[in-house]
Ligand binder design. Structure first.
Ligand SMILES: [Ca+2]
Ligand SMILES: [Ca+2]
Ligand SMILES: [Ca+2]
Ligand SMILES: [Ca+2]
Length: 344
């Protein structure tokens, strides 16, 4: 199998399902997946979504009785299914503050309907602020670790979770983004990522006391792995209060400021962000979409800048040797860093 850089991989991902909950659980116009099924009283059309209305799910009733309200979506994953072995899923969630107490004090944003091969939930596990719920990613046919936590991913307000599932034919790498940050990966056997559908706002069908408590919005499923620039744009569409478009635009490789060109502005943005390791993907000069700015970002910019732009950025001429060019970048950075320090 050929190894191809994420940012240079054109994505053929098709949006199969998008549930905006404006008035019901119907799929987006023109999309091939089925409508969702609202269960146990889950209520679409609830005001206050990330984009328009949202889905409201209660974990218990007023007397503390278990409800497990959620949406089931019958879109399959795995061999010979709609999604296949490579896919992307995305959702926005807003946990009540504090959430109503259920029997487990766990609140699932989504899980496979039969198994926890695909799983993202919130629980208070002592990471970050002990009073704020933490995110937990799981998979059940793991190669290595079966889970990890994201501190305070359930703090009050809206949050975004997006996962890509990428198979090499044998194993599947699950990459999770929370609020635009690349937060970690798990690896499963590829046959282990398989099932007929998903629950959103609940765990698998046999774990009924882990229902989410709050709002869920803009659930989306694609039948391929999105490109990094598309992932950044999905997150940005929610921040802008917009529904996810049927065709999510990608970004030009090396275009740090996302204005449709690769020029000196982008070089300066990467230079300013160098060594920054805490960024939403695609911001602050991160053109490789890994939530950090390193020399890999410079290399991608250099490989996509025109000769005229390279000259305008201060290089006398495009160097045939990347080693020489890297030296030139390093020396430029030294000058640029000193200039910024004096102006502070
Ligand atoms: Ca909505
Ligand atoms: Ca916490
Ligand atoms: Ca640009
Ligand atoms: Ca980067």
């Amino acid at each position: 199998m050929a190894l191809v850089g994420l940012a240079s991989t054109p994505s053929q991902a098709v949006l199969v399902g998008r549930y905006s909950f404006d008035s019901d659980a119907s799929n987006g116009a023109g999309l091939t997946g089925p409508a969702g099924t609202l269960l146990n009283g889950a209520a679409a059309g609830t005001a206050g979504g990330i984009a328009g209305n949202a889905l409201r799910v209660d974990t218990v009733d007023g007397g503390g009785g278990n409800l497990n309200q959620h949406m089931n979506v019958q879109i399959g994953r795995g061999d010979s299914s709609t999604l296949g072995n490579n896919f992307t899923l995305s959702a926005w969630y807003n946990l009540n503050d504090p959430p109503a107490s259920n029997a487990t004090n766990r609140y699932f944003v989504f899980e496979g309907e039969n198994t926890f091969d695909v799983s993202y939930g919130l629980r208070n596990s002592g990471f970050g602020d002990p009073a704020i719920f933490d995110g937990q990613v799981f998979t059940d046919q793991e190669v290595g670790a079966d889970d990890f936590f994201i501190a305070d991913a359930g703090s009050p307000g809206w949050h975004h979770v997006l996962q890509t599932y990428q198979s090499d034919g044998l194993n599947t790498t699950i990459t999770t983004f929370v609020d635009g940050f690349s937060v970690g990966t798990l690896v499963s056997t590829t046959p282990g990522i398989e099932g007929p559908g998903f629950n959103f706002g609940a765990a698998r069908n046999t774990a009924t006391t882990r229902g989410f408590d709050g709002l869920i919005d803009e659930v989306a499923l694609w039948d391929e792995v999105l490109a990094g620039g598309q992932i950044a744009n999905v997150y940005q569409s929610g921040l802008d209060g917009q529904v996810i478009p049927n065709a999510v635009p990608d970004r030009l490789a090396g275009d740090a400021d996302n204005d449709g060109d690769v020029d000196v502005d982008d070089f300066n943005m990467i230079s300013d962000g160098l060594s920054n390791t805490g960024l939403p993907i695609g911001t602050g000069g991160d053109v490789t979409f890994d939530s950090q700015v390193t020399f890999a970002d410079f290399r991608l910019w250099k490989d996509n800048a025109s000769p005229a732009v390279l000259i305008a950025a201060g290089f006398a001429a495009p160097e045939p040797s990347s080693l020489v060019l890297l030296g030139a970048i390093l020396s430029m950075l030294g000058l640029a860093g000193g200039r910024r320090q004096r102006s502070c």
